[in-house]
Design a protein around this ligand. Structure first.
Ligand code: ASP
Length: 439
């Protein structure tokens, strides 16, 4: 067996955390490839090294002095080196970082040093090879990730290393300029390494024991999710459940490599398995609930619109022309509603309305703001009758007015639109009926 293990920032925030990570890696000889993040927060008031680097570089870019800021970053690493009693010195590395900052090497370069330096420490601590991600992960001139070239080069490089550390979050363009993924991107690196090394499992170690059925800020102590499919995860992540970077599933998804989310602070917990598909029934009819506030509905009415060929296309064209993407489009005989992100829509609303008027001459347009969308997701819904019925009776009992319902054809999710103010109560009602009462 071969495993890739990725550790997030909070798992590597201090020497103590490094100690836990070392014990986890040494406990299983299959854990051969390690992808570290930069040191994260040691407590809620702390600052992530990545953010410290962005801050220091912002000063450098303006030609201001950044010595103090860089020293503070160095101190974070030194604390780890000293705590682990390593004989490593990063003096030379920091001299280079300083010179590169002065030469304005770019904010991606600056941020990437967080993972790069942590990777050097990790490799030294474990006695593993160090592979600079800039030599094996590639982006094209426009900054788009190059999966094929990366896979080829990385695969060949990994064949030479029995055990190695590959820092997360960055790679390089073909001319050597450092480029990062978006924030949280070490998850993507882990997935890329998992694919190239053809491992059996990609373990993603963080500070929670996997995915929860609902957001703990809304539900006290929600239950955990044992197994979730890639498709379910996409639905939940899109609606705000954030444990793993959204793009992290793509490299492994077609390779049949499962991802196991684990907790560095509770290594015995089994965590959540993310798989292509499973015969395992989820514990409850639903796998998870997630949602977001801040949507706006545009209701368009026109008598006989259902027989007017091209009506829907023209309405959506009005949004497209104004650069706004839509979320959902429920429709009736004489009505069509378009759900959009309020923040995106607000500044362009009058332009959109004018374009709709011009393109389809509606009888009436009405806007409704401050709406929330809630996704109830679960592969179990396909085999179970009455899921929608149960959701709506739960919402009715909780006095929540349902503004919109959308069940995708995959029968994997039901999306419900409610007022922002009803958001929390709606989630609690759905959680209660499926998880607590288990109807
Ligand atoms: N350190 C980077 C960030 O804070 C990348 C990561 O942790 O995945 O976003």
């Amino acid at each position: 067996m071969k495993k890739v293990v990725k550790f997030g920032g909070s798992s590597l925030a201090s020497a103590e955390q490094f100690g836990k990570v070392g014990a986890i890696i040494r406990a299983d000889k299959d854990r051969r490839y390690v992808v570290p993040s930069a040191p994260g927060k040691r407590d809620s008031k702390d600052t992530k090294v990545t953010d410290m680097l962005y801050g220091a570089y912002a000063l450098a870019e303006k030609g201001k002095d950044f010595d103090k800021e860089l020293e503070a970053i160095k101190a974070r690493y030194q604390e780890i080196i000293d705590g682990l009693r390593l004989e490593l010195s990063l003096d030379k590395e920091f001299e280079k970082v300083k010179a590169d900052f002065k030469a304005k090497a770019g904010s991606d370069y600056a941020a990437s040093r967080g993972e790069y330096l942590n990777g050097i420490i990790m490799a030294d601590y474990l006695g593993y090879d160090f592979i600079d991600a800039a030599e094996v992960i590639f982006f094209d001139d426009n900054g788009n990730f190059m999966p094929d070239k990366t896979n080829e080069v990385l695969r060949d490089r990994l064949k030479e290393s029995e055990r190695a550390v590959i820092p997360g979050f960055y790679g390089a363009k073909l001319d050597g300029t450092i480029k990062t993924f978006s924030r949280g991107g070490s998850d993507i690196t882990g997935s890329i390494v998992a694919k190239a090394a053809k491992v059996d499992v990609y373990e993603n170690w963080t500070d929670v024991s996997g995915f929860l059925v609902a957001d703990p800020r809304v539900i006290d102590n929600p239950k955990g999710i044992d197994t979730i499919t890639y498709r379910e995860l996409r639905e939940l992540s899109y609606m705000g459940a954030s444990v793993l970077h959204e793009d992290a599933i793509f490299p492994v998804r077609k390779e049949g490599i499962p991802i196991n989310i684990r907790n560095t602070n509770a290594p015995k917990d089994k965590g959540t398995w993310i798989v292509e598909d499973t015969c395992q029934r989820s514990k409850y009819t639903i796998t998870g609930i997630a949602g977001k506030k801040g949507f706006c509905a545009i209701n368009i009415e026109k008598d006989g619109m259902n027989s007017e060929v091209g009506f829907g296309r023209k309405v959506l064209q009005a949004f497209e022309q104004n650069g706004i993407s839509f979320e959902h489009v429920p429709s009736g005989i004489d009505t069509m509603t378009v759900f959009v992100h309020q923040s995106e829509f607000e500044e362009k609303e009058q332009n959109v309305l004018a374009t709709i008027h011009k393109l389809v001459q509606p009888d009436f347009i009405e806007l409704e703001a401050d709406l929330a969308l809630i996704a109830v997701v679960g592969r179990g819904m396909r085999q179970t009758r009455g899921t929608a019925g149960r959701i709506f009776s739960a919402l009715a009992h909780a006095n929540v007015n349902v503004k919109m319902i959308d069940q995708g054809s995959s029968e994997l999710n039901i999306i419900i639109g409610v007022k922002n103010d009803d958001f929390e109560e709606a989630i609690r009602a759905i959680y209660r009926i499926f998880v607590e009462i288990q109807l």
